[in-house]
Design a protein. Structure first.
Length: 595
């Protein structure tokens, strides 16, 4: 008898919504998906807001989604603690915010003895996925209250988790929304640099990009030490000629806020005219406020995956060029450079940065439980989502349990995944099928990056092409399951691909590249699915893991398998989506253990 393998298939960024010109799922030819929805039991999962441990109203993302899926329980998110602490300039309250290590307001004065200049770097976005504007406000307040004489803003621009031309609007919103809190520090605030997240926030080992996005923070340092180091080590040099024709004058009679806005507008417009939108804005330096020795650098991003390379490069600069920087960070980015801290001073015990918050790893995860059963498991994804199916799925732990294997398929080296919308879905599927044929694993967790990464491009044609290719790969896995007795649960971690591309809103022409709050599917690919046995297994798992499941809601969700007519162009109606019971996303990891 063939060894049965249970597969958890995560379609990253794949939500369910009604047919529209922006819905790449309904517009694509996806016969396999339609067959699954008509043949097998399925429900929907809630992947945003409080259902995944965030604030109500915040859309889900891949990091949060995978931590909940792998956590086998609701996993409260660090971002919520940071947001609450930021309301009072990060005053330490270990009872309310147990993962906060120290109070920046108390620590910063201890490092201001030589330089009272603070540089803030992070994603400047309304998306609240890698950073949060409220965290920027709290950091400005903390630095100002601690006696900073200059607060230099280094903006990584978004265009992926926000509209692709939203930089100026984001600045206006930032000042208007938080003006009362920011105004006391306005005279200290200046613009240091701007760069699209494509550069400093790379996570695919494109070190030349990261070096280019990092170099502008130091661009006009008189000794050119950093510039020389980056050129020598990464063959990276800022394209100084790109901005050679940029010409604007700041109105000196305007406030600092307005002066910064003028500069942001000029840089944004200059890039837009050359069809380089927020994600790809060429690194720009104001040339007036570079990072100098003994300054303080505060990294605003709380999410780790797109800060690892940047943080490592900053620490390499610190080590090789000896800038004597004091570096704070919102989180331990998992790059091995985090230093020990206390609430009174920054201990000088090596080159690195000092995390203000450091979340405790999630215990009793899916991978840990599978290992405890003496079973084998494979976690596989392409590079773009490799951290999610390993580090994040395992609860913020960068380690394997006994019997656990990780495989990464290198992602395409492209500027935009719209160039090759098939991504590495075939190679990922090939590897899974080979593993199934060799009977190597009891469990497989796979992430397909296509819906999220191509959805972020805003290119609806590429998105449709990507979904059609992904459907073919799903067909290959379903065929293996049906022919050889394997079982698969198909889910997603958040929505994206079901709303992508150009649209009109309030008279404005926009391009959707963002995540959204649509429910995601949970499909049991199991010809012999039995609701009664499924619930019995759930009750046993619940007792073993000491977790709380809403058994009644789960039973209702999968008890009735309504047949939908999805022939031709027909797609799910809003009523059909709504009538499906929405279960918390974290249930999906538990479900895998029952099949």
């Amino acid at each position: 008898m063939t060894q049965q393998t249970n597969i958890l298939c995560i379609l990253d960024g794949f939500g369910l919504s009604v047919d529209s010109v922006n819905n790449a799922v309904s517009r694509a030819k996806m016969p396999m998906l339609k067959k699954l929805l008509q043949t097998y039991p399925w429900a929907t999962l809630n992947a945003d807001g409080e259902a995944v441990g965030q604030e109500d109203g915040l859309v889900g993302n891949s990091e949060v989604g995978h931590m909940n899926i792998g956590g086998l329980k609701l996993v409260p998110q660090l971002s919520f603690q940071i947001t609450k602490s930021a309301e009072d300039a990060f005053s330490l309250n270990s009872q309310l915010f147990p993962d906060q290590l120290f109070d920046p307001k108390l620590v910063l004065p201890t490092v201001f003895t030589t330089s009272k200049v603070v540089h803030l770097f992070g994603l400047f976005s309304t998306g609240a996925i890698h950073s949060d504007l409220r965290h920027w406000v709290g950091a400005i307040e903390a630095a100002g209250r601690a006696g900073a004489e200059k607060i230099v803003l280094h903006l990584a621009t978004d265009g992926r988790d926000s509209d692709r031309q939203s930089l100026v609007e984001t600045w206006s919103h930032f000042i208007e929304e938080y003006k009362i809190r920011l105004q006391p520090f306005e005279k200290h605030m200046v613009l240091g640099s701007i760069a699209g997240r494509f550069y400093a926030m790379d996570r695919d080992k494109n070190w030349d990009r990261v070096a280019k996005g990092t170099g502008v923070l130091f661009a006009s340092n008189t000794e050119h030490l950093v510039e020389d180091y980056l050129q020598k080590t990464y063959q990276s040099k800022e394209k100084t000629d790109f901005y050679s024709k940029l010409s604007f004058q700041v109105n000196q009679s305007h406030s600092s806020f307005d002066s910064i806005k003028q500069e942001i507008q000029a840089v944004a417009q200059y890039n837009y005219e050359q069809e380089m939108y927020d994600e790809y804005i060429q690194p720009y330096s104001s040339w007036l406020h570079p990072i100098e020795p003994n300054d303080t650098l505060w990294l605003i991003n709380f999410r780790t995956d797109r800060m690892k390379q940047f943080a490592k490069l900053i620490c390499d600069i610190q080590k090789e060029v000896n800038f004597s920087l004091n570096i704070l960070a919102m989180n331990d980015y998992g790059d091995g450079n985090a230093l020990a801290t206390n609430n009174e001073s920054l201990s000088q015990n090596g080159v690195g940065y000092y995390p203000i918050f450091e979340p405790k790893p999630v215990e009793n995860t899916l991978a840990q439980y599978i290992s405890s059963l003496g079973k084998t498991q494979l976690h596989i994804a392409e590079t773009e989502k490799y951290n999610h199916v390993t580090y994040f799925l395992n609860g913020g732990q960068d380690k394997k349990w006994t019997g656990e294997e990780w495989i990464v398929i290198p992602s395409n080296k492209v500027n935009s995944h719209a160039e090759k919308p098939e991504m590495k879905a075939k190679e990922v599927t090939d590897t899974i099928i080979e593993s199934l044929e060799q009977h190597r694993f009891d469990y497989i967790v796979v992430n397909y990056a296509n819906p999220d990464m191509v959805g972020h491009t805003g290119d609806i044609d590429a998105a449709i092409s990507s979904m059609e290719f992904l459907d073919q790969q799903l067909g290959r896995l379903v065929e293996m399951c049906e022919q050889h007795g394997h079982k698969m649960i198909i889910i997603a971690d958040h929505g994206n691909i079901e709303k992508v591309g150009e649209y009109e809103e309030n008279g404005k022409h926009l391009i959707d590249t963002e995540h959204n709050a649509h429910p995601v599917p949970c499909i049991f690919v199991d010809p012999h699915f039995n609701n009664h046995s499924f619930i019995q297994n759930l009750e046993e798992i619940q007792q073993n893991l000491n977790i709380k499941l809403d058994i009644q809601s789960i039973s209702q969700a999968f008890n009735v398998n309504t047949t939908y007519d999805l022939s031709g162009r027909t797609w799910l109606t809003q009523q059909q989506i709504n009538e499906k019971t929405q279960l918390p996303l974290w249930n999906a990891g538990v479900f895998l253990l029952t099949v």
